[in-house]
Structure formats: structure tokens, C-alpha cells
Write a protein that binds this ligand. Structure first.
Ligand code: GRG
Length: 293
């Protein structure tokens, strides 16, 4: 078997779309968005945490695909005119530009729903209790007390934020971006049969620091990078008066904060991976700070 994580992940993403989305045009729309590149950070975190704990790779790939489907739905809906109104994503026209708004809404809905169908299958884990736990964790991270809550808070903060809103912005981003990243780490551990509360709690904290660092870097790239490098429009956050930490505390302090979160994540990783080979996770953790796309 090809051990390259990205191609393993892509194969499982394609397989599930072809298996679960029967309507031909909707299936093509989902394939267009999901197989358009993308860093696959979330499924890689699931896979590498599961590998760390000696989990079955095939289960972890299914679980990672479920998280990536939720991530892709959120990008499709986030790009709609009623939300961020973007025309470029992963270097291509956004789904509603390529097709139309209704198709983009329905493709997002199909991906969101399919995530839970994938997690409910035995291919995600043979133990139904573990499948149930994973569904519970993912639904609460993605829903109205997680990612969707964060998106709503973001709308409320923009463009009326001020210096007192730093904690609000951090909490909003922990939901909007951090919840899905943190749950990816926890799901990797659950998929590998890890059930120790203290370890799961430490992994959740590790994911929180990665998520916070990831969003900080995302906001810095929006200021400093180009559309060609990122495959999405840049400079939109400040134009729209978006509530971001670089807008509030400046780029220099944001870089310091980014490094702090990466160091915290590496420290927690050392703790829960003692005696195991954590080099792949450590590399992924550093990538969050170093990335240019
Ligand atoms: C229901 C209309 C409707 C909208 C929901 C839930 C939601 C929209 C949006 C979620 C919030 C969101 C899109 C956060 C963005 C987080 C983020 C930094 C995304 C970019 O992730 P990358 O860089 O993307 O990992 P790639 O393309 O590499 O996968």
C-alpha cells in the first residue's frame, strides 16, 4: 500500500463520495470541492494521533475523512454570498461560482451529513460504543456550541470589535477554527482505542493550541501573502473589518503569540507521546507555524 498520507487520505475521500452521494451532479459538485487540493491538516492529525497510539490506519483514514467532509462543507458555505462572498478557493472558482448557490448549499449539506454516515460505519471502528463516542465528539465540535457558534460570533463581532474584545476574539476563534482541529486530535486517539480521560484531555489541549496557532497564522497570511500563494483571496479581513488578533494587537505580537501556542503544543505532545515516536506529529505541529499556504 502507498504510505503517503495525502494520497491515502484522498483515496478515502473519493471512495466515500462515490459510495454515498448517488445523484450524479451533486456528486460531481462534491468531488470538485473536496478533491481540489487542500492541506488536509485535520485528517493528517487524526491519522498521526491514531498511529501514535498504535491504532488501525484504515479506521483512522475513515475518521479523518469524516472531519475533512465537515471542513469542506464549512468552506463551501463560508464562501457563499450570504457569508464571506468569495470567488476563489483552493486556487479555483468557489463552488457557487462554478455551479450556483443552490448547488453549493446542497453539496455542503450532503458533505456535512455524510460525515456522520461515514462515522457510523464499521469501517470507522468495529466497536459501536467508540463509533457513538466519535459521533458525539464530532457533532458537538461542529455544531451550535462549536464551529457554527464561532462563525455566528464572528459575524456579530465584525466590524464592531474594539480593544476590549481580545478575549472574545480568542474564544470565537477557538470555536470557529479550533474546535474542528482539536476534535481531530481527540478522534485520532479514540479511534486508536485510547479512553484514558487525562490523556484525552491533554490531547484536546494540544489540539486547542494547534487550532489557535493555525488561525493566527491564517490571519497573518491574509495580510502578508498573495492570492496566488494561498489559492484564496487575501486582504479581505481588514477590508471587511474582520475581528482578528493581528488587527487588534498587530503582527509582531501575533507572531510571538503564534510561537507561544506552538511551543505549548510541542510540550503537551512530549507529555502524551512519552516513549513513542512522535516525529510525524511534531513536524505537523511545526508546519502550522512555518506554512506559507
Ligand atoms: C451554514 C451558511 C452556513 C455557513 C457555515 C460553519 C461555517 C459556515 C464556517 C466555519 C468557519 C470557517 C470556514 C472557518 C475557517 C477556518 C479556516 C482557517 C479555514 C481554512 O482551512 P485550511 O487552511 O484550508 O486548512 P484547506 O483548503 O487547506 O483545507
Amino acid at each position: 500500500m502507498n504510505r503517503d498520507p495525502l494520497s491515502l487520505i484522498e483515496t478515502v475521500l473519493r471512495k466515500n463520495i462515490e459510495l454515498f452521494i448517488a445523484e450524479k451532479h451533486l456528486r460531481h459538485a462534491c468531488l470538485y470541492s473536496v478533491l481540489a487540493g487542500g492541506k488536509r491538516l485535520r485528517p493528517q492529525l487524526v491519522l498521526e494521533v491514531a498511529r501514535l497510539f498504535g491504532g488501525n490506519e484504515n479506521h483512522a483514514l475513515e475518521v479523518g475523512a469524516a472531519v475533512e467532509f465537515i471542513h469542506c462543507y464549512s468552506l463551501i458555505h463560508d464562501d457563499l454570498p450570504a457569508m464571506d462572498d468569495d470567488d476563489l478557493r483552493r486556487g479555483r472558482p468557489t463552488l457557487h461560482k462554478k455551479y450556483n448557490d443552490a448547488t453549493a448549499i446542497l453539496a455542503g449539506d450532503a458533505l456535512l451529513t455524510m460525515a456522520f454516515e461515514v462515522l457510523s460505519e464499521e469501517t470507522a471502528h468495529p466497536d459501536p460504543m467508540i463509533r457513538c463516542q466519535m459521533i458525539k465528539h464530532l457533532s458537538s465540535a461542529a455544531g451550535g456550541s462549536g464551529m457554527v457558534q464561532g462563525q455566528y460570533e464572528d459575524m456579530k463581532l465584525t466590524p464592531h470589535f474594539n480593544a476590549e474584545d481580545q478575549d472574545h476574539i480568542i474564544a470565537m476563534q477557538a470555536n470557529k477554527t479550533g474546535a474542528l482541529i482539536a476534535v481531530s486530535c481527540v478522534l485520532g486517539a479514540l479511534a486508536a482505542g485510547q479512553s484514558h480521560d487525562t490523556i484525552l484531555d491533554t490531547i484536546q489541549k494540544y489540539g486547542f493550541h494547534i487550532g489557535t496557532a493555525f488561525q493566527l497564522k491564517d490571519d497573518l497570511l491574509d495580510i502578508e501573502s498573495t492570492s496566488a500563494a494561498l489559492g484564496k483571496n487575501t486582504g479581505k479581513d481588514s477590508a471587511a473589518g474582520k475581528a482578528t488578533l493581528p488587527a487588534l494587537i498587530g503582527q509582531e505580537k501575533s507572531y510571538k503569540l503564534l510561537s507561544h501556542h506552538i511551543e505549548m503544543a510541542q510540550m503537551l505532545l512530549e507529555g502524551f507521546s512519552a516513549g513513542k515516536d512522535s516525529s510525524a506529529l511534531s513536524k505537523l505541529t511545526s508546519f502550522v507555524r512555518e506554512r506559507n499556504c
